[in-house]
Design a protein around this ligand. Structure first.
Ligand code: SAM
Length: 225
């Protein structure tokens, strides 16, 4: 069995490794955070007063969440204490908590999870899904982004990235089943990240390609049934 990656060891060079793996697509790794939050802003159930980023790492998405949902309280959690320390430094005023059993951070109108499930041991994924269910408000929405296991380029990036050494990719149907297994109802499943930013004039195509299992990633959204 592969040992779980300790993200505390990648706090200093996380962005660098991400940039290295994805530079063929975008020269600026911040693009991926902006792109995902823009999708979430478009599809989230409103109003959004409280936001959780579960598995926020070094906090790359936090400022984009704050900008997309002005006035909302944003909280980030992760199991990596070093990651959270950097996230807190970069995002003054935002609350960060170490993710642990029994952590009580209340409930949320929006929960955002990006690139976390493939690092969670298969046997622990149902438990993580249950936590997300329990923290979601009755009218809230959950968005989970994951690497697309059908895309050979994505698989190659994962295979060569040091902090993906423990990655076990999951298919959209598996992720949906995990979320629905908690009683959540899935809203959408969509492949994304087809068009690199340098071809921005082709971006409208992304809406038409959501069904095509060739995007770099995919996302699933859900709400309480
Ligand atoms: C690839 S990083 C993604 C970080 C962030 N979501 C982003 O988009 O930049 C995966 C993160 O998931 C965290 N993680 C892994 N297992 C977790 C768990 N069971 N609960 C919470 N976070 C976890 C890791 O510590 C790491 O920070």
């Amino acid at each position: 069995m592969t040992e779980k990656v300790d993200f505390d060891q990648y706090t200093d060079n996380y962005n660098e490794l991400l940039r290295e793996g994805t530079k063929f697509f975008s020269s600026n790794e911040e693009y991926f955070a902006r792109y995902k939050i823009e999708l979430v802003r478009k599809y989230a159930h409103q109003p959004v007063g409280r936001i959780l980023e579960y598995g926020c790492g070094i906090g790359r998405n936090i400022s984009y969440l704050k900008t997309a949902f002005p006035g909302a309280e944003v909280i980030g959690t992760d199991i990596s204490e070093a990651g959270l320390a950097l996230a807190a430094k970069e995002n003054p005023g935002v609350r960060f908590e170490v993710e642990r059993a029994g952590l009580d951070v209340g409930t949320f109108d929006l929960i955002f999870v990006a690139g976390v499930f493939h690092h969670v041991a298969v046997a622990e994924r149902a438990g993580v899904s249950q936590v997300l269910h329990d923290r979601l408000n009755p009218k809230g929405s959950l968005f989970v982004f994951e690497h697309n296991p059908y895309n050979p380029v994505t698989r190659r990036i994962v295979d060569t990235c040091p902090y993906d050494a423990d990655a076990v990719l999951l298919r959209p149907s598996e992720l949906k089943a995990l979320l629905c297994g908690t009683g959540l109802k899935s809203d959408r499943r969509a492949y994304c990240l087809f068009v690199p930013p340098k071809l921005s004039w082709l971006m409208p195509l992304e809406n038409w390609l959501q069904w095509l299992p060739m995007g770099g990633q995919y996302w699933v959204s859900a709400h309480k049934a």
